[in-house]
Design a protein around this ligand. Sequence first.
Ligand code: SAM
Length: 331
Amino acid sequence: MTDSAPSPDNVLRLINGYWATGVLGAAASHLLFTHLETGADTAALLAARAEISERGAQTLLDGLVGMGLVELHAGRYRNTPEASAYLVEGKPASLSSFAQLKLKHMGSLRHLADVVRAGGPVSDPATEVADNPHWEEVVPAIAAQSVPAATVAAEVLGLAGAGEISILDVGGGSGIYSGVWLQANPAARSTQLDWEPINAIARRLLAERGVADRFTCIDGDFHTTDFGTAAYDIALYSHIAHQEGPEDNVAVFARLRQALRPGGALVVCDYVVDDDRSGPAFPLIFASEMLLKSKQGGTWRQADYRDWLIKAGFTDVSFHSAPPATLVVAR
Ligand SMILES: C[S@@+](CC[C@H](N)C(=O)[O-])C[C@H]1O[C@@H](n2cnc3c(N)ncnc32)[C@H](O)[C@@H]1O
């Protein structure tokens, strides 16, 4: 190798990227971060607490130290601040169940080469299947990820001081946006449109947040369920646009425009790529999930959203950063 040859380190790290998904998902499955947080700080103690083998506990700890999620001091292990904030079960921002879900999903990536050839799902489409049980696993696991975006959106919209407003959340999933927004504004009411089993999950989570009395659900397919006319002040479409093709997004946006009162706002939250497709990294890479799971989805550009929203009758479109997502606000 000459002096100027690049190192293979990064390529090797990426080829072995599934090690991270595996170690992290297995550690989360055995609540390792939670046990570390509550004082089990050696492989033997963790093995006993998690009811796993000591060899397995040591292997996970080695991997987590290697990944920078666990620190080792004088023979004792502890969570890094990052692991403590995001991987301990029961904390509001915990991604532990998401790590477990991704470990289960990892196998689907072996189809990616065939999916790329075919231009869409070859075995297991997820987003076009009505009432797919896929969502019952996904929706609680992704809820924590929407908290920062819901908080930014509440600030952008001035929700806390907006008084008796009425919100429509299309494909609301866990109801996380309604939960954050109804807590921010005690006079607001929210309606979520989603499949019946998902709405049942949302009702339970909203009851835990103490706002279920201002939360209503409509069971059904958002492609065909009537949104009403001039009925809402805010409409929300979060992490839905990426599963839909351009025509369906325009059609939903036009119906949401009709459902909004004069002066109302539509908020779209999604992974949005730059117009020249040069970044940001997360939305660019996320597109592979949509190729695997949807027939027409993808990660769309700011120019796409602007074009679709203008076609749907909105006149003012703005973009607000909520990494790794972007909020698109249309009036
Ligand atoms: C990726 S999740 C997004 C959940 C939530 N909006 C969020 O941002 O966290 C997609 C949600 O859309 C719902 N969904 C997908 N297709 C749907 C359809 N055709 N009709 C109704 N709901 C649908 C799923 O059940 C799921 O709750």
